[in-house]
Design a protein around this ligand. Sequence first.
Ligand SMILES: *[C@@H]1O[C@H](CO)[C@@H](O)[C@H](O)[C@H]1NC(C)=O
Ligand SMILES: *[C@@H]1O[C@H](CO)[C@@H](O)[C@H](O)[C@H]1NC(C)=O
Ligand SMILES: *[C@@H]1O[C@H](CO)[C@@H](O)[C@H](O)[C@H]1NC(C)=O
Length: 171
Amino acid sequence: MPFLLLTLLFFTLSNAALDPDSVYQSFLECLPLNSPESADNLSSVVYSSTTNSSAYTAVLQNYIKNKRFNTSSTPKPSVIITPTTESQVQAAVLCAKKLGVQIKIRSGGHDYEGISYVSTEPDFVILDMFNFKTIEVNIEDETAVVGAGAQLGELYYRIYEKSGKCIRTSF
Ligand SMILES: *[C@@H]1O[C@H](CO)[C@@H](O)[C@H](O)[C@H]1NC(C)=O
Ligand SMILES: *[C@@H]1O[C@H](CO)[C@@H](O)[C@H](O)[C@H]1NC(C)=O
Ligand SMILES: *[C@@H]1O[C@H](CO)[C@@H](O)[C@H](O)[C@H]1NC(C)=O
């Protein structure tokens, strides 16, 4: 019987959603411990669903390309982190692991199933890569180095710009 109670208690605890505000505060505390950047720089890329609600909603909706997931009942992340440097990306991943919060990584918007920003976990955060849009096309080498947040149309345009050729794709 004590074992059953313990199991039930654990089950309840592990499925209970954390307070979104406490997730936000935990990230604000954790990020500077895992990055050489200042606490101010780090907090300027973290959007809380409560503290920064209107900016948070704007950032969240910006890369929802599928209307089906643009509803009030779609599960929302506790925070959205929009890194501008690689060290911020590293710190965000380390902190999500330390805090036991699922991390969803959203890139250039070609995920039409919403997998990069919807979750069935009670707590999750989005690491939104839209600031990483650099595209370097090298025609001689036939290579392209593409930032995670670049969109397909932007990539095709840059390739066209350098090569004068359009790309034909089939899905
Ligand atoms: C904070 O960000 C500014 C502007 O991006 C940068 O110049 C500065 O080096 C950063 N400071 C720290 C301590 O990370
Ligand atoms: C969110 O709000 C807090 C408190 O007003 C502010 O310090 C922080 O910079 C805001 N975050 C962003 C990403 O704007
Ligand atoms: C999502 O909803 C917001 C607010 O209703 C709207 O401004 C935005 O255009 C919508 N985005 C898409 C892709 O439907």
